[in-house]
Design a protein around this ligand. Sequence first.
Ligand SMILES: [Zn+2]
Length: 254
Amino acid sequence: MTGERRRHTSVRSYGDLTSTEVLAAMRGATLVWPVGGLEQHGPHLPLSVDFDIPDALARQVVRETDGFLLPGQPFSARSLPQSGGGLHFPGTVHIGGAAFIGYLTHCLTALSALRPARLVVINGHYENEALLFEAIDGCEPARTFPDTEITAFSWWSMVREDWLGEHVPAFPGWHAEHAGLTETSLMLYLRPESVRAGRPDHDTPPQAGVYRHPVDVDLMSNQGVLSSTSGASARLGERLFWHVVDTVMTALAA
Ligand SMILES: [Zn+2]
């Protein structure tokens, strides 16, 4: 079966279960939760990029594990200037960090009562990562999830260095891959109808791990794009998507 056909088969949805079915369905099951965002992604990509990518990956992990898909979490932790363009551009719908941790903690606590064999959380928004990990760790999983193996990651953490070296030689760092080559390519593969024609390049990506005030938006980005989109293609997106699926499945098997 080709990758394309494998990607378009339907998945089992957690939300389709009834209350009388759910506990038995979770026994031995993998539950997959995409955590995303709604954030500006330049003039060429939709606001939903940080949701669309983990959602597509989560659906594939559900297929490969015969698991269940939880409805994705669509809203972002706050977008920051050096990793997402921040709130200098319209469209970002964000949750403050404390509220985001609280929200995730409540959801995780509710999910723990279901005792799935495995919970996989796939993040697609750069600024979510530390908050997501804090929420899981703050639940004290040894106590809250005694029978559940938890694997949480940002999708880009599953991209191997050798893959990057081969396919993205001028890699600017993941903080700056915002609306850049990798996200544009993935969207050209996953949702080509949503990608607009303009592809801004930005030659001087912001430095990782530095916060500046005042910020010069035009110096930091080109119309909200932090790095380069040159060379983006559906073919590269397809390769990246299946590379990440492979590394995720290897990680889950380990
Ligand atoms: Zn993004």
